[in-house]
Design a protein around this ligand. Structure first.
Ligand SMILES: Cc1cc2nc3c(=O)[nH]c(=O)nc-3n(C[C@H](O)[C@H](O)[C@H](O)COP(=O)(O)O)c2cc1C
Length: 493
């Protein structure tokens, strides 16, 4: 399988093509030091044999913020060294921190923008990136990732909405790229050429007048020319369309661009893969082979493998899926793919992040701060005698399902996956629930739906599929709405 093929990035070899992109955990204090829960979170990914572990956004400077890791001073190095040592002593997973600079935000909704930065401020930021990268190398990390995505400083320079009118002029692509070029040069000066420096930036800003994939291709090409060792793509997550909540600092994932960044359950799977594919194909056509990481609602091993096999990506990034089940890679390696606990993209993790609460997964058993341990043996749960007795009824546009409680095997029942197929299509997990009921509210008359459920424990050991139920929904007959000609209005525009 291509997923499991190693990949060389500068001086290090990743054991496979799966990455966990940076995900703020809110497990650190506001002091910014690495603590044991933070280490446990990243060791957990190493236990699951994730090829590249990107540690959450870590500040290069000391601006106040909520709970956030820091590499803004040498005093933070020992904690990071501890994290790296524990990850490395767990498996051959590789680990890099994502380093970030952000500007001030206030509870009033005010935020500082890059046009307020003086030349001295800019020189300081460039130096701060270099120094933070050097500290990451001293701590023993396998590389560093420069956070140039979403609402933060480097991304604001790359943006088509960059308001500067000097050497960093937002009206030209070269002007927008100038800051990244300076930062990259500073980082290389501090860490040398023989150490992995990756970048994360936006394949599409997803805001009004923001840049699209056409600019992203050129931005990626410049990054390749500058010698980045990998390119990780994200989408959206901007301040420009964020919705301000009274008394709270702006959170850049509350508007449409936020939806695009962390697409929820109402989005189709793989909504961004064409963007990464476009960027990869473009830089490859110019002779650069810098690996491109594609992310966004990828969770099925079959999809991940296809994207790699068809040259649409060099690596697959899975954030929420690997939070839900950090053993994804191990389960694929051991051909236990059917035991993967599938992310349902409910975005409870996102809400926790927004409210500065410890980021956990809704699918983990209540009260856990880390994903439950994997289990390769022990009895799977079973259906009780007489089966799951799955029943489906149609009521006011909903299909209401209920079934019997599964009987625990080696561990208690953690929840149930509801599978749904439309007409003669393949069945997919449509919802994960903790109780024995589910209402499917997105069904259309005229289609035929088939449902079955599986109960599972926290390690993913599951019952066999229940008996399936099939429902043919009638097309509702509505009276056509007829308006009299006098009511017709033509609105000029
Ligand atoms: C709780 C949470 C925190 C995140 N923190 C970061 C971050 O620190 N840096 C970053 O680049 N992206 C961050 N992201 C975005 C993810 O890395 C990823 O791009 C996004 O969730 C889409 O991928 P997915 O569908 O595999 O989850 C975060 C996402 C979530 C849900």
């Amino acid at each position: 399988m291509k997923i499991l093929e190693p990949l060389k990035l500068n001086g290090v070899t990743l054991p496979n093509r799966i990455a966990v992109p940076a995900m703020v955990t809110r497990l650190s204090g506001e002091d910014g030091f690495v603590n044991q829960p933070i280490i446990d979170r990243y060791v957990r990914y190493a236990q699951g044999h994730v090829g590249l572990i990107v540690v959450e956004a870590t500040a290069v400077h000391s601006n106040k913020s909520g709970p956030l890791l820091r590499l803004s001073d040498d005093e933070f190095i020992p904690g990071h060294r501890d994290l790296v040592d524990q990850v490395h002593s767990t498996s051959d997973s590789k680990v890099v921190p994502q380093i970030i600079h952000f500007l001030k935000v206030a509870r009033s909704g005010w935020r500082q923008t890059i046009d307020s930065l003086s030349e001295a401020d800019i020189e300081r930021i460039i130096e701060e990136f270099g120094q933070a990268a050097a500290r990451a190398r001293t701590a023993g990390y396998d590389g560093v990732e420069l956070h140039s995505a979403h609402a933060y400083t480097l991304s604001s320079f790359l943006s088509r909405r960059n308001p500067r009118r000097d050497d960093f002029d937002g009206r030209t692509l070269e002007g927008r790229l100038a800051m990244f070029g300076r930062v990259m040069a500073s980082v290389r000066r501090h860490v040398g050429k023989d150490w992995t420096v990756g970048v994360r930036f936006l394949a599409e800003e997803a805001i009004k007048e923001g840049y699209t994939v056409e600019d992203a291709k050129l931005i990626a090409l410049r990054m390749a020319q500058l010698g980045v060792d990998y390119i990780s793509l994200s989408v959206g997550g901007k301040f420009e369309d964020a919705v301000h909540r009274e008394g709270q600092p702006l959170y850049p994932y509350t508007g449409y661009s936020g939806d695009r960044c962390m697409p929820g359950d109402w989005y189709p799977p793989l909504p961004h893969v064409h963007l990464a594919a476009g960027v990869k194909q473009y830089i490859n056509s110019k002779g650069f082979t810098v690996p491109v990481i594609s992310a966004g609602k990828i969770s099925d091993p079959v999809d991940a493998e296809r994207l790699l096999q068809t040259g649409q990506a060099d690596m697959i990034g899975m954030a929420r899926q690997l939070l839900a089940d950090p053993d994804w890679v191990k389960k694929v390696e051991q051909k236990r793919g059917d035991q993967i606990v599938r992310c349902i993209y409910c975005n409870v993790c996102k809400q926790l992040d927004e409210n500065f609460k410890e980021v956990t997964c809704f699918l983990w058993p209540k009260g856990l701060v880390q994903a439950p341990a994997d289990a390769t043996d022990g009895a799977a749960p079973q259906w009780p005698e007489g089966g799951a007795k799955l029943v489906a009824t149609v009521d006011k546009g909903q299909v209401k399902l209920s079934w019997a409680k599964a009987v625990a095997g080696a561990a208690p029942i953690a929840g149930y996956n509801v599978y749904r197929a439309e007409d003669d299509g393949a069945a997919h997990v449509t919802e994960a629930v903790k109780s024995t009921k589910h209402s499917d509210k997105v069904v259309l008359g005229g289609l035929r739906y088939t449902y079955y459920v599986r109960g599972h424990d926290a390690a993913g050991r599951a019952t066999p599929p229940s008996d399936a139920v099939r429902i043919d929904l009638p097309v509702p007959i509505a009276e056509p709405v007829v308006s009299s000609s006098s009511e017709v209005r033509h609105v000029p525009h």
